[in-house]
Design a protein around this ligand. Structure first.
Ligand code: F6R
Length: 613
């Protein structure tokens, strides 16, 4: 996961930046770099690999200065090598940038800049940013406006920090969307910039969090925040408690809320290092696969519990549709006693956030004892499900503290998509055009997740309206059926409101008897191949006097005629729609529980890792 640290003050910036990056090391990265303004010149040290490489580089070729920026990178565009590591410097050597996020239109921007004569030195999307800053500085004559104009040209969600020898007394930091946060740390005659609080907490507890579409101009003595239209913002300085748990929660009330908001970043990181957008390819090195091994696979059994099993249900649809491999989904607690049909051409794929769930581990053992190939999709590094598997796709989401799983639900959805494309490519079931399209569709996912998060206030209003219900029915079809299960699970586990997820077509076979005004129906009706069917389910629920909350795609013209309770989601290719439809349902459950004053992060009777049968 990419990390950013910046410093301006009277002390030597390099050790402060390296120290901050070290505190973000646990998030994972594949290269690191630092840029310092040394005697009026921007000096960069950067390398692939661990921070210790960068430290040796800095020891061999020291850089000193009182202002600097640093970055740990998890590659999205271009190999993890020194050339592609951040910071990125412009053609004149006067501007330098570090960046978290994906520049979704970088190819078009790069072509435009190259046509104007700009030479690129790396394969990254980030390099377009520094060239744009340089170009707009020449027009605007100041760094702040150059950054503002640059932001107008970038598609996607971003955290960007810029430094320039032309204006050596400041760092400019910007946040657009939710590609991770940007936090400014306030000191005495010195200030800090970071992507995450832990990077600066040893220096200061006084911080300002940038909201989306805000830019901070950070000098040694003060911090000025404006919005991207140039209007000044009255910022609120927050004091972070010394309690490390409270500190880690940062600007959020609960870990669950923080983790929901981390999804733009976790989804970006999920793509990093695996997706080559230029080649239209996915590679999952961790599985040690080749075409021959991939072609031998006759069946995949996805096994998991709870939320992870819901991710597996989406995975089944993705792998079958894209890679044309038969997939079964087996609830782990059942699979272990089911005497399953497994042979050496069967893959048992366990999905588990903790990697320690007893039932899931037992299911893996069952699969192993029958001679199957064991794969896992796990978040907790070093956990049992990671260690015992023949291949593990690790979730790139960082620690998940809230008991109700959120970012460790959307990451495996994308992991399953990546697996499907990878298998389809290796097995020859995807032609290059299809593969390019499928890979390209991934590019916008992190920022579309951000669009859902930006609409949190609309969800809060719905949560207020429905927080006192005793029951709710969640309906979905096709690829969004598991999201109905997951939405209902989220609600029941943290709000203690009884909620059922159901395949919408099954409603008429029983649950319809329950529908009346006291049993609202959450209907997942995005523009996917099951849309028309869902419209008729909504009509049936309304005909029984039910109140419907519909999850609908922006621009839908039929749903507003049916209900006023609409959760709007941005348009997305349907194979990826579960990532986008699940986020508002996480927020809905979260805000109901939070409004009810419940212990959201540690709901009664539940544990984060279920290590007993
Ligand atoms: C629900 C939830 C649980 C877990 C389940 C499996 O929000 O978190 O349903 O998904 O206990 O846990 P892991 O993924 O750790 O195997």
């Amino acid at each position: 996961m990419c990390g950013i640290v910046g410093y301006i003050g009277d002390r030597d910036a390099t050790p402060i930046i390296l120290g901050g990056l070290k505190r973000l090391e646990y998030r994972g990265y594949d290269s690191a770099g630092v840029a310092v303004l040394d005697d009026g010149q921007i000096e960069i040290r950067r390398d692939a690999g661990k921070l210790s490489h960068l430290e040796s580089l800095v020891n061999d070729m020291p850089v000193h200065g009182k202002i600097g920026i640093g970055h740990t990178r998890w590659a999205t565009h271009g190999e993890p090598n020194a050339r592609n590591a951040h910071p990125h410097i412009g053609s004149t050597g006067e501007f330098v940038v570090v960046h978290n996020g994906i520049v979704e239109n970088y190819l078009a921007l790069r072509e435009e800049l190259e046509a104007e004569g700009t030479e690129f030195k790396s394969d990254t999307d980030t390099e377009t940013i520094v060239h744009l800053v340089e170009k707009f500085f020449a027009i605007e004559g100041n760094l702040l406006d150059a950054v503002r104009r640059t932001l107008q040209h970038l598609k996607g969600a971003h955290g960007i920090v810029v430094m320039s020898s032309r204006e050596p007394d400041k760092i400019v930091a910007a946040r657009v969307g939710n590609a991770g946060g940007v936090v400014i740390g306030l000191g005495e005659n010195e200030n800090y910039v970071a992507s995450d609080l832990p990077a600066i907490l040893e220096h200061t507890r006084k911080v300002v969090f940038l909201e989306s579409h805000q830019i901070a101009v950070v000098t040694k003595k003060n911090v000025k925040v404006i919005d991207t239209d140039g209007k000044p913002i009255n910022t609120q300085v927050q004091r972070i408690a010394w309690d490390p748990v409270a500190a880690e929660k940062g600007e959020y009330r609960h870990f669950m809320q923080k983790e929901i908001h981390e999804q733009v970043r976790s989804l970006t990181d999920t793509l990093a290092g695996r997706v080559d957008f230029d080649a239209g390819r996915v590679t999952l090195h961790e599985l040690n696969l080749d075409a021959a091994k991939a072609k031998k696979i006759q069946k995949i059994i996805i096994t998991a519990c709870g939320t992870a099993a819901h991710a597996g249900m989406v995975g089944k649809i993705l792998i079958e549709r894209i890679a044309r491999v038969p997939v079964e989904v087996a609830i782990a607690s059942e699979f272990r006693y089911a005497d399953p049909l497994v042979d050496e051409n069967t893959v048992i794929l366990a999905i588990s956030q903790s990697g320690e769930t007893a039932d899931t581990l037992a299911a893996m053992e069952e699969g192993r004892s029958k001679g199957g190939i064991l794969w896992s999709n796990v978040n907790a590094i070093g956990s049992q499900a990671m260690r015992i598997a023949d291949g593990c796709i690790s979730m790139q989401v960082g620690p998940e503290i809230g008991v109700a799983s959120t970012k460790a639900f959307t990451a495996p959805l994308v992991d399953m998509y990546l697996l499907a494309v990878y298998l389809g490519d290796l097995r020859g079931t995807l032609d290059p055009d299809q593969r390019f399209k499928l890979v390209n569709d991934l590019m916008g996912i992190p920022s579309l997740a951000g669009v859902c998060l930006d609409r949190e206030d609309e969800i809060v209003a719905l949560a207020r309206k429905f927080m006192n219900m005793d029951h709710m029915l969640y309906l979905g079809r096709g690829i969004n059926m598991p999201i109905a299960y997951e939405g209902a699970l989220k609600l029941k586990e943290i709000s203690y409101i009884h909620a059922e997820g159901y395949p919408a077509g099954e409603m008429k076979h029983g649950p319809i008897a329950l529908i009346d005004r006291s049993m609202p129906v959450v209907a997942l009706a995005p523009k996917d191949p099951w849309y028309d069917k869902m419209i008729s389910q909504i009509e049936q629920a309304l005909a029984r006097g039910g109140e419907v909350i519909a999850v609908a795609t922006d621009g839908d013209e039929r749903i507003p005629d049916l209900t006023d309770n609409i959760i709007w989601v941005p348009e997305v290719p349907w194979l990826l729609s579960p990532v986008i439809t699940s986020i508002p349902l996480q927020l809905f459950a979260y805000h109901i529980a939070s409004l009810l004053g419940l212990d959201v992060d540690q709901p009664r009777n539940l544990a984060k890792s279920v290590t007993v049968e």
